[in-house]
Structures are given as structure tokens and as C-alpha cells.
Design a protein around this ligand. Structure first.
Ligand code: FA5
Length: 360
């Protein structure tokens, strides 16, 4: 039997007690609802059409007039309070739901991001820039020349005679352009000496960094393609002492006091006298090992510019003298970073390269 039918028969005091009980039950149920769905279910149970509260409310009309106002008043109060409790809980649950949504959507900016791998300068670039800076700080400017050279600039003007071994196919790489048998990949940056002197009168103070090519098998200290920095100083009164001072300043700046320098005689057709500069090996400190063989790593060739070369470029060799040098950038890098095999510089192995991250 539906509950509503019973209420007209109830005692008004009983109705008031029932209403109070529903108020307490409703407030507790609404407060305990953990989701909006729970809350809606609690609302239907406590205040819905078939609820005890609804039945009592409907029965108020049948209460004897002397008690109707009192019971009606309690019913109104209870309804108001239940609605208030319901609205408060709904608001709280809605805001919790919104917080949860925002939480789920949140992008956490406090964690360190996944950093993309960034490249670094190649050790040869680092060394080349540093070496060039040493020379520019001494007053040299940077000059350039082409990597595909002709026989005259690469050999003849440098006083390298027809029968010099460096001219043979064995040592040089010819480009093979039809109709241009004289074109080859430059074997040394010394060709830039010629181009510079042809383009300007003395005084000349230049350094020319660049790539050179030789028909050579690679080993721990040799590559077929490597880099040199050519240096050339021509003016009145330039002496061998100027050359020595310049090279010593360079070696000090690049290697500090750690390495010993050795200067020995050497022959190059374009200088007279010529010399060679070696630096004590970082691995064996001069004793001789697999890296250096002799205890010394050959760093550069140098000398006083041959008068024939000056004349070939239109300079008066009676009035002007000069010095020139050509140093191997890979060798500087080996000595700087204690690299035991020159081939590591061109293998492109990231494990080697990433060690130079942040070195500028
Ligand atoms: C020359 O190339 C001369 N042009 C240097 C020169 C310039 C002498 C001006 C006098 C006046 P050489 O072949 O020795 O010389 O090479 C010079 C430097 O380049 C060497 O000392 C060495 O540091 C480097 N080098 C030579 N061959 C190789 C190679 N195959 N791989 C790496 N570095 C090399």
C-alpha cells in the first residue's frame, strides 16, 4: 500500500517527527553523496514523488485546522533546508568535478622537458677558429683560395719543378675536366700565397685556412683529405727571427707550456731556408710510440719565402723578404685533445663528437 494513504490518518506530532527525521536523513545523505549521480539518486529518494517527505507534505492538507499551520510550517522549513543542503552539495561536487577535469588536462611545466639533441661544433672547426684568432690577434688577416687549382698556382709559381715528385699522379688528384689537364685538387694551401701576392702589393700578412687533398693512405697521423692554415708575411726587413717568434707565440697560445717544440731543417722548393716544427707527443712525451713513431708530432712546414716565388708574383725580391708556414689543423686538434688516431676526427662517431658539446 502506498505510504501516502497512511498519512492522513497520522497524528500531527508524528508527522512533525517524521519530517524532522527526513530532514536529518536528507542532510546526511546529500552530504555523503560522492558524485553528482549519487546526489541525484539521494534527491529522488528523499524528496521525490514517492518519498516519505512528499507523502507527509501532501498530507498536510488533511491535518485538522488547529495543527495545520504548525505542521505546514515544519514541512516548509524542512523542504527549504533540504533544498539548501542539496544545492550546497551540488555546487561542491560540480567544483570538484571541474577541478578533476582541470587536473587531468594539466600540462606539467615543472618537469624538465625532453631536450632535443643539439649538435656541437666539430673539433676541427673549434681548433681552426682558435688558431685563426691567434694569428689575427698578431695582425694577420684571413685570405682564401679555390680548392680546385691550376698547375701554375699549385706548382710552377711555388718553384716546384716539372720533375718534382709532388707533381706526379701518385701524390696529386687531378680533376679530369676535358680540355683542362692542368686542374687538380690543391695539395697544399700554399697556392693561396701566390693568389694573395698577385692581388696586392706588399706588405702582406695573411693566414689562409682550407682543405687540401693528397693521394695518400690514411694511418694514425695521415688523411687523404685534411686541413691546413697557410701563413704568409712579406715586407721589408722580415727575418727568420720573425718567423720563429710568430710560431712560438702560436704554439704557446695553443698548447701552453705543457708541450715541447722542436724546430728542424726541412726542404720545400718555395722556401729557403726551410724548416719543420714538431710538438712533443702527448702520449709518450717524446719517447716514441704508435701514435707518433719518433716522439714528435709534425705540426707544420715553414721557411723564408724563396726569392723566385716573390719574383713569380711580381714582387721585388731585392727589396722584400718574407716568411711562410703551413700547419696541419688535424694535427693541432690531435695535440689539443689528445686524440691518438687522426681518423677519429672524420669518422663522425657521435660518441667522439658529443664530447665537444659546449666547447666553443
Ligand atoms: C706543406 O704542405 C707545405 N705547404 C708547408 C709549408 C708552407 C712549408 C709554407 C713552407 C712554407 P707538408 O706536406 O709537410 O708541407 O704539410 C704541412 C703540415 O700539414 C704537416 O706538418 C702536417 O701537420 C700536415 N699534414 C701533412 N700531410 C698530412 C696528412 N696526410 N694528414 C694530415 N695532416 C697532414
Amino acid at each position: 500500500m502506498p505510504a501516502g494513504r497512511l498519512w492522513p490518518l497520522m497524528d500531527p506530532d508524528e508527522m512533525v517527527r517524521s519530517l524532522e527525521a527526513e530532514r536529518a536523513r536528507g542532510v546526511a545523505l546529500f552530504g555523503a553523496a560522492e558524485t553528482l549521480d549519487d546526489l541525484e539518486a539521494a534527491q529522488v529518494e528523499v524528496m521525490g514523488r514517492r518519498s516519505r517527505f512528499s507523502a507527509v507534505q501532501k498530507a498536510v492538507g488533511s491535518v485538522p485546522p488547529e495543527d495545520r499551520k504548525r505542521v505546514g510550517q515544519v514541512a516548509n522549513d524542512v523542504r527549504g533546508e533540504l533544498q539548501q543542503a542539496l544545492a550546497a552539495r551540488r555546487e561542491a561536487l560540480e567544483s570538484l568535478a571541474e577541478d578533476a577535469l582541470l587536473d587531468a588536462d594539466r600540462i606539467d611545466l615543472t618537469l624538465p622537458g625532453r631536450a632535443p639533441r643539439i649538435g656541437s661544433l666539430h673539433p676541427l672547426t673549434i681548433v681552426e677558429r682558435e688558431a685563426v684568432e691567434v694569428f689575427t690577434s698578431l695582425g694577420f688577416r684571413v685570405a682564401e683560395g679555390p680548392e680546385v687549382e691550376d698547375d701554375w698556382h699549385n706548382f710552377q709559381a711555388l718553384n716546384i719543378p716539372e720533375d718534382h715528385p709532388a707533381r706526379t699522379m701518385k701524390d696529386s688528384l687531378y680533376v679530369g675536366v676535358p680540355g683542362h689537364p692542368e686542374l687538380l685538387l690543391r695539395t697544399e694551401t700554399s697556392a693561396v700565397q701566390i693568389r694573395t701576392m698577385q692581388s696586392q702589393p706588399p706588405p702582406v700578412f695573411v693566414v689562409a685556412p682550407g682543405r687540401v687533398y693528397r693521394r695518400e693512405t690514411s694511418d694514425p697521423t695521415h688523411l687523404p683529405v685534411f686541413h691546413q692554415i697557410e701563413g704568409l708575411a712579406v715586407d721589408e726587413g722580415i727575418t727568420f727571427a720573425d718567423l720563429k717568434g710568430t710560431l712560438e707565440a702560436f704554439a704557446r697560445a695553443m698548447f701552453g707550456e705543457r708541450r715541447r717544440i722542436r724546430l728542424g731543417p726541412a726542404f720545400f722548393p718555395f722556401v729557403e731556408p726551410g724548416c719543420e716544427v714538431g710538438v712533443s707527443c702527448f702520449r709518450c712525451e717524446g719517447a716514441g710510440c704508435r701514435v707518433c713513431g719518433t716522439g714528435w708530432i709534425e705540426l707544420l712546414g715553414a721557411g723564408m719565402v724563396h726569392p723566385v716565388v716573390l719574383e713569380n708574383c711580381g714582387y721585388d725580391s731585392e727589396r722584400y723578404t718574407g716568411f711562410a708556414f703551413g700547419l696541419g689543423i688535424e694535427r693541432v686538434a690531435m695535440l689539443r685533445y689528445e686524440i691518438a688516431d687522426i681518423r677519429m676526427l672524420v669518422d663522425g662517431d657521435v660518441r667522439v663528437l658529443e664530447q665537444f658539446q659546449g666547447v666553443v
